[in-house]
Design a protein around this ligand. Structure first.
Ligand code: ATP
Ligand code: MG
Length: 434
């Protein structure tokens, strides 16, 4: 069995081990050569004193190119000079895959590499432990969401990603040819998760890709992202939904701190558990706050990137990193959101994290006639939504739900400047390869 940089302990000293990794650094000092071998968990030092090793090994080390994959067998020896406390004296060395030179980009060099160069050579970029660790945290985040929702009786669902109509407005749909018919890539599981509310599967969630043809180049938009969607029936108000998300985000962040401590250290991020309960601001109040700080915005308008950021700064003054904005104008919200009768507002919410929206949701319109009215008001072609509307005609309980962008949450949790840092192979207007 192979050892790795994490599994070698004092119990292995003076014993033979085999390790495998990338040649991060090779130093030849004449009488002695050093090879720093990097694996997933760290590095091991291979120390090769000319007198103690075969000429073949010496030859292999001195001619080794950086980033080649090497398998080394040797004896572990205690060494005070090495950070890990040991080194390996090689008795066999196989170059399993030599690396070409020059490298498309450095792995350990301190020079700043442009984001584009990094993403063009993502397989190289991901050799950096601080970059790779982001994906361990993302994976952990998904598992924790799963855990929390399973504990709350949610059923995990998988809805179609090839669909015949959009739920979030037509402008951001990607069109595909579906056996000669027009189909779209799903922007969200909205229609399907709502239909399930009529079945008795009264708490469902999905973590899956969502596709949006976002024309804007921003640090928080990509055209393919992972959406964490939930929907719950028999609610009294949208506050039931908000409580679920708040519980879930608090659980995820506190457990990431615990279980992800090693990866967080690699990334250099200190995760802070947001103050709870999260403050609730009405949309009107939020607009008033940013207006008060000199921001130009009219009631009814979207806060936008700058407005959200400013609000985040204002909330941070009282130590609030997560906060709700509720009761948006119904006009600004999709057709499926319930109107707050007698006002221009709606039963809707956004959850913002450090000045950026990470989730939107609300109570849905479950009353058939009102839903039809709302769809007509929004100018939707009812015939395209018949499959959806039908599920409201034969007994549909009150329900509500949310969509939360997993990458936006991870980005903000880790304090990263751009959502793309949390996506292995990001998709945006300018990027389809790799
Ligand atoms: P924004 O106003 O920031 O463009 P939105 O309000 O259009 O977002 P929603 O339809 O509310 O987005 O989607 C729910 C969640 O999905 C958002 O809160 C966000 O976390 C995530 N999300 C939406 N669009 C994108 C995108 N293009 N890239 C990454 N995440 C997204
Ligand atoms: Mg939104």
């Amino acid at each position: 069995m192979l050892h790795d940089s994490r599994s070698i302990t004092v119990n292995d000293y003076e014993k033979e081990v085999t390790v495998e990794g990338w040649a991060q650094e090779v130093r030849n000092l004449g009488g002695i050569s050093f090879l720093i071998l990097r694996d997933r968990y760290g590095v091991v030092q291979i120390t090769a004193p000319k007198k103690k090793i075969t000429p073949e090994i010496m030859q292999a080390i001195t001619s080794l190119s950086r980033e080649s994959v090497v398998r080394v067998t040797g004896t572990v020896r205690a060494s005070a000079q090495v950070k890990s406390g040991y080194e390996i004296i090689p008795s066999a060395l196989i170059v399993q895959s030599p690396s070409a030179t020059p490298l498309p980009m450095g792995v350990v060099d301190k020079v700043d590499v442009e984001m584009d160069t990094r993403f063009n050579h993502r397989y190289m970029d991901l050799r950096k432990p601080e970059v790779r660790s982001i994906f361990e945290i993302k994976s952990l985040t998904m598992r924790l969401i799963d855990e929390y929702l399973a504990d709350n009786a949610f059923v995990e669902i998988f809805t179609p990603k090839l669909v015949a109509s959009g739920a979030e407005g037509g402008s951001t749909l990607f069109k595909v040819d579906y056996f000669g018919k027009v189909a779209y890539l799903a922007q969200s599981p909205q229609l399907y998760k709502q239909m399930l509310m009529s079945t008795g599967l009264d708490r469902v969630f999905e973590i899956g890709p969502a596709f949006r043809a976002e024309p804007s180049d921003t640090a928080r938009h990509v055209s393919e992202f992972i959406s964490f969607d939930g929907e719950m029936a028999h609610i009294d108000s949208q506050e039931d939904v908000m409580a679920m998300i708040e519980g879930c985000t608090q659980f995820v962040i506190s457990e990431v701190k615990e279980r992800g401590a090693r990866a967080l250290e690699m990334i250099g991020s200190e995760v802070v558990l947001p103050k709870a309960p999260y403050p609730i601001l009405s949309y009107e109040k939020a607009v008033g706050m940013v207006q008060g700080a000199g921001f130009k915005i009219e009631l009814g308008e979207d806060l936008g990137t700058e407005g959200e950021k400013l609000l985040g700064d204002l909330m941070a003054q009282d130590g609030n990193e997560m906060y709700w904005i509720v009761e948006y104008p119904e006009e600004a919200k999709p057709f499926y959101i319930m109107e707050k009768d007698g006002t221009p507002y709606s039963y809707s919410f956004d959850l913002d994290y450090r000045g950026q929206e990470i989730s939107s949701g609300g109570q849905r319109e479950h009353r058939y006639d009102r839903l039809v009215q709302r769809m007509e008001k929004k100018g939707l072609e009812l015939s395209s939504f018949e499959f959806y509307l039908n599920s409201f005609a034969y007994g549909m309980p009150a329900h509500g739900g949310w969509g939360l962008g997993v990458e936006r949450m991870v980005q903000k949790m880790l304090g990263l400047p751009n959502i793309r840092e949390t996506i292995l192979f990001p998709r945006d207007r300018n990027r389809l390869v790799p």
